[in-house]
Design a protein around this ligand. Structure first.
Ligand code: ADP
Length: 167
């Protein structure tokens, strides 16, 4: 296992500045962060962006950051981590409300693969209220999400909502 690599799994629909905050914190600890967009049937059907679009968007956001990689994966997160030779898994904790689910997942993942180690990181307080679902909802209702996502993500979201409005 290579402890200079960490995987950061999630749905990232879309990547927010909260996710980016966690990625940048991760880069202070490890050499390489692999963002893994989880493919599940429900996420790919009901999401704003397809899995492929999310991966492409993340790659664009980190085009100038060779230490960040983005890819999709199917199946168990621990199998994905193991296949990449990484036992470190990064997760963000925004508030106590995230804790129960994250703790449960961490222990389940550990029982599936005892070598895994989950690193929980808290974002800057400015990002603690951010979630992809809230950002999607605000944008869908015509609110300005400039403060919550990177410029590239904002542009793609505007395009996506313009497409659905003209349909
Ligand atoms: P999931 O659907 O698995 O929760 P997300 O893409 O929403 O996936 O999030 C991936 C990870 O990033 C999770 O650990 C989540 O807690 C964390 N995260 C999401 N938004 C933020 C944020 N604003 N600040 C810190 N961590 C965050």
């Amino acid at each position: 296992m290579n402890d200079s690599i960490a995987i950061y799994p999630g749905s990232f629909d879309p990547l927010t500045l909260g996710h980016d905050d966690i990625v940048r914190r991760g880069l202070r600890l490890v050499e390489r962060v692999i963002i893994g967009v989880a493919e599940t049937a429900t996420q790919s059907k009901s999401g704003l962006f397809s899995i492929e679009e999310r991966v492409a968007l993340i790659r664009e956001v980190y085009a100038d950051e060779p230490r960040v990689e983005a890819t999709s994966f199917q199946g168990l997160t621990v199998d994905f981590a193991r296949s990449r030779g990484a036992r470190l898994m990064i997760r963000g904790l925004r508030a106590v409300s995230d804790f129960e689910y994250e703790f449960q997942m961490a222990l389940m993942n550990r029982s599936l693969w005892p070598e895994v180690e989950v690193l929980f990181m808290a974002p800057d307080v400015r990002h603690t209220f951010l979630s992809s679902s809230l950002v999607r909802e605000v944008a869908r209702l015509g609110g300005d999400v400039t403060e919550f996502v990177s410029a590239i993500v904002k542009e793609r979201m505007d395009e996506r909502f313009a497409e659905s409005a003209s349909r």
